[in-house]
Ligand binder design. Structure first.
Ligand code: GLY
Ligand code: MN
Ligand code: MN
Length: 470
């Protein structure tokens, strides 16, 4: 008898059960598998990566399941660089680019194939297919991904066997493969930088996915407006659940923890507890994004007056943020230094804060000293794509010190946050937080606001709520 797991209710497996389980299964090969629409785009991305590292072997793992407790695992999230270079989302995989003498590479992909039905693993192991769902055969993966595929269970031995080929691996995703290749940390970091930089400009397929993510997000925001009265009767969690339902129905999930921040919670940049009350007269800051089935995410924020209309002070703050966003968006165009949109927005907010007497002018001095940061907190935006803060490992010269190019997608998200215990502002300003965040793609002659389907100015927001608020 095979041994059962600790505290399992079955003590073992009899020989006869084992024989019974191994027999009587139909052929379930999926013969209609088609190449993924994304496959040629992923091939072009691999060619760009190959050109950066002639003569070197590159290993890009997808990552492993992480245990939450016992036989429960966290939802699997494949490493972003692997998804980008393959279009695949399978766990325990790895893309390998094997160098050729001509300076190019041959690509192949390690995959965890289907479980054999010739031993008990396929039905006993908790990560087995019978428990977690069917995987692809190697033949299916080859067609889908347009890549030769090999059984990952031989990967560590294969990689360890070939010596004398300079190798880099992306670290932090697959300890067994890392141990097998035994590489150098600094050189490995350069591979991760390159993978981040190759995502700075999105290809046509990716831009289509970004549009889907934003369009679903727009619908999710409208859902939330329609559910406001229920949120007032319940809590911020009602908003979180409402948006999540849209994200799960139309996409994979939310692209990051939704920030459903009513009242003074709006002054907390990463408020994701979402367990507070939703009170008429206060503002609701909703920062949320749907992630598509292909794992591209939107990142949008609207700040709504819960009662439907802004108070005079709320409107004063809101309009300042709106104008700062307009100034920032005007700076998003090809050839512009990346930092311009941030500086344009921040300067505008600095001017308002000086005008209101909250920081000491003149504006140039206050801005040079960064005094506005007490109330603006964060940078004005970031690249967006497969990760909400996409391309984060890119070299500074290529990202924040770089120049905007057509196909880049970024957020413009100025905000003002007056903490509830800030004695430097009048009492009625305390606890007000406003952010407006849109997702822009740089075009040949400027930009397109992908999230323009959502109202933005204070009067548009009020009209929207008058129409949809439930
Ligand atoms: N939702 C995270 C951000 O806006 O950057
Ligand atoms: Mn953002
Ligand atoms: Mn956001």
């Amino acid at each position: 008898m095979a041994k059962g797991r600790k505290n399992g209710l079955y003590e073992g497996v009899s020989e006869e059960l084992s024989r019974l389980m191994r027999t009587g299964w139909a052929d379930s090969e999926r013969r209609g598998t088609e190449p993924a629409e994304q496959a040629p785009y992923a091939a072009a991305r691999r060619a760009a990566l190959s050109a950066r590292f002639p003569g070197e072997r590159l290993v890009i793992p997808s990552g492993n399941l992480k245990t939450r407790s016992n036989d429960d695992t966290y939802p699997f999230r494949p490493y972003t660089g692997y998804v980008h270079m393959t279009g695949d989302q399978a766990r325990d995989g790895a893309l390998v680019l094997e160098p050729r003498a001509d300076g190019g590479h041959d690509a192949y992909c390690y995959q965890l194939p289907r479980d054999s039905r010739e031993n008990d693993e396929f039905w006993i192991g908790y990560t087995a297919e019978l428990w977690m769902g069917r995987r692809r055969t190697l033949a299916e993966s080859e067609i889908l991904l347009g890549l030769p595929c090999r059984d990952v269970r031989g990967a560590a031995a294969d990689l360890a066997a070939v010596t004398g080929v300079p190798t880099r691996i992306v670290r932090g995703h697959d300890p067994a493969l890392e141990a097998a290749v035994g590489t150098d940390e600094d050189r490995d970091d350069e591979l991760e930088e390159a993978l981040s930089e190759l995502r700075l400009v999105k290809d046509a397929w990716e831009l289509g996915e970004m549009r889907k993510a934003v369009d679903s997000t727009v619908r999710g925001f409208t859902d939330c407006v329609g559910e406001l009265s229920r949120a007032v009767a319940s809590s911020e969690r009602w908003i979180e659940g409402t948006f999540f339902r849209r994200a799960r129905l139309e996409g994979n999930a939310v692209g990051y923890g939704s920030i459903c921040a009513a009242g003074e919670h709006a002054t907390i940049m990463h408020w994701t507890d979402n367990d507070g009350p939703v009170r008429p007269g206060e503002l609701l800051l909703l920062d949320a994004g749907v992630e598509t089935h292909s794992l591209y995410t939107a990142d949008v924020t609207r700040t709504l007056p819960i009662s439907g209309t802004f108070t005079p002070v709320q409107r004063q703050v809101y309009d300042a943020v709106y104008e700062a966003q307009e100034a920032g968006m005007a700076a998003v165009k090809p050839g512009a230094p990346y930092r311009d949109f941030h500086e344009a927005s921040q300067r505008h907010l600095t001017a308002r804060l000086v005008e209101w007497g909250f920081i000491e002018g003149p504006v140039d001095r206050a801005y040079a000293l960064g005094l506005q940061r007490r109330f603006t907190m964060a940078g004005t935006g970031h690249m967006l794509g497969l990760d909400v803060h996409d391309c984060a490992q890119a070299r500074t010269a290529e990202y924040v010190d770089g120049v905007l190019e057509p196909g880049m997608v970024l957020t413009v998200e100025p905000g003002l946050y007056f903490q509830p215990d800030d004695l430097t502002v009048p009492e009625e300003w305390r606890g007000i937080g406003v952010r407006i965040e849109d997702d822009l793609v740089v075009t040949e002659d400027g930009h397109e606001n992908l999230s323009a389907g959502l109202p933005r100015s204070s009067s548009e927001v009020e009209a929207w709520m008058a129409e949809f608020a439930g």
